[in-house]
Write a protein that binds this ligand. Sequence first.
Ligand SMILES: [Zn+2]
Length: 333
Amino acid sequence: MNYLSSSRRVKLWQSLLPHWQQSVIGHSELGQAIIAFHQAPLDQCEVLAWSLMHGNETTGAEALTALIQQPQFGHKSWCIVPVLNPDGADAFTRLNHLGKDVNRDAIRSETKEGQALLSLMPRIQPKLVLNLHDQRSCFRGIGSDRPATFSLLAPCSNPKQKGGFDLEASKVASWMANWISQQYPHWGLARFNDSHYPNAFGDLWQSHAATITLETGITLSDWTRGETAQALALLLVNIDSTSWEEIFQNTPFDYLALPMNIDDAMDASVQMGNGQSCMLAYQETLQQGRLQAEWRVLKGDAQQSPAWRHWSSHLPRPMPGEVFDERSAQQIS
Ligand SMILES: [Zn+2]
């Protein structure tokens, strides 16, 4: 995936959507405007979506950018916050400039980015809210031999109090699960544990409108998630063009039948010539304005858990923490 600074991403959106309304819903810790782009007045928008709440999770933003360029886009009225955490996105870090996790700030409301998202709540009553995130490549559905490219969550609004949109969201999640498994039958698809996390924004919004937290992962043929972003864009296009009746007519069961997401997989397992083994983790880091793929050596021997790549090497065992670029990692094998 290419790196794009927050200001360039926002400028791109402004150039792609010259006729949409823009509302500045807040400012980041470093003073960058947080902008909601909307087709209709806020109180008439049917879908609310945000991305880059975690600054190094770019797939949602890439997919939304592809969505708004589709010629057939526009059946529903959308409100989109493409860059919710602009400082984190600039630094390509999960957290905001003060090192806080915006997605654990729904109750305390200490972060300016979280406050911006909260400020939308009294102004908008969408039928569907989409909270777009990336998940690490160690996630897979239980029993699956491939990474979870999509994991769905209908967050829990409040287990003690009825009245949230949990059931409605589960129906949407079923519709999504069916669409994804039909379009991408060979990709991993799982569901997240729906324990109640009152600090999480998905749980809070579920008390206000049907909310899905969608976590995207790698595909085995594209670790940079470009394929995943394309698939997510197609899913969003289908949400846009499918009637609400059809989306909400499902039962929750297809969603509930998905395997649970677990985070036990390894990116690569290396068998060394002397009988030892080690594990490598794939990561992308920001270096001089570009994202670089790296493989980092983890502590300990390779374990029983599945690995997405199996390499063997005649070289001595590398030290934990050692980092290989993509080319030297190929040479290990
Ligand atoms: Zn996230």
